[in-house]
Ligand binder design. Structure first.
Ligand SMILES: [Cu+2]
Length: 169
């Protein structure tokens, strides 16, 4: 009785080892097609800041202003008075970072092309921000001029703003 038990146990362990070995073997197989270098999109991160062209974008990761430039915080708010950007009018120089920051509510930021006739390099509409503290950074590299932006869900309720890009000084 005892012997049999012991025996089965040993067999069990042996089987386990065999299984393990098989699993390892499988993992060890040379991976045939490694889709690594498919396409490294140089999309995000206007790392140089300031100098460089390229379209603007609203970045969910914080950006750094160009040397000597600043971060301008614009809050996105829902409260008993409504839905709004604060401030709703901002002045920026090229190389500044406009940091849209969600305080309350659910909002996005959209530089609506139809409301910005003739303007180039408008960032595409952002996703909705839902978590307080979430940010969208815009490194300002737009041509000088006045730009309109809005929150899509609340535009008709007056959640609109204006970004004035100053001439270089
Ligand atoms: Cu909104």
């Amino acid at each position: 009785m005892r012997l049999t038990l012991q025996r089965t146990r040993t067999i069990g362990i042996a089987a386990g080892i065999a299984l393990l070995a098989a699993a390892c073997g499988e993992k060890g197989k040379p991976t045939t097609s490694a889709p690594e270098s498919a396409a490294a999109p140089s999309a995000a991160a206007p790392s140089g800041a300031g100098g460089g062209g390229g379209g603007a974008a609203l970045s969910t990761t914080p950006l750094t202003p160009a040397p000597g430039r600043k971060v301008i915080v614009v809050e996105l708010i829902t409260d008993e008075t409504g839905n709004y950007f604060k401030p709703k009018k901002i002045e920026a120089h090229r190389g500044d970072v406009v940091r849209y920051t969600l305080k309350t509510g659910v909002h996005n930021v959209h530089f609506l092309p139809d409301s910005n006739p003739g303007k180039k390099d408008l960032p595409p509409a952002s996703e909705l921000l839902q978590l307080p503290g979430q940010t969208l950074d815009l490194l300002v590299n737009l041509e000088p001029g006045d730009y309109y932006f809005q929150c899509d869900p609340h535009a008709l309720l007056g959640m609109r703003g204006e970004l004035e890009v100053e001439d270089e000084d």
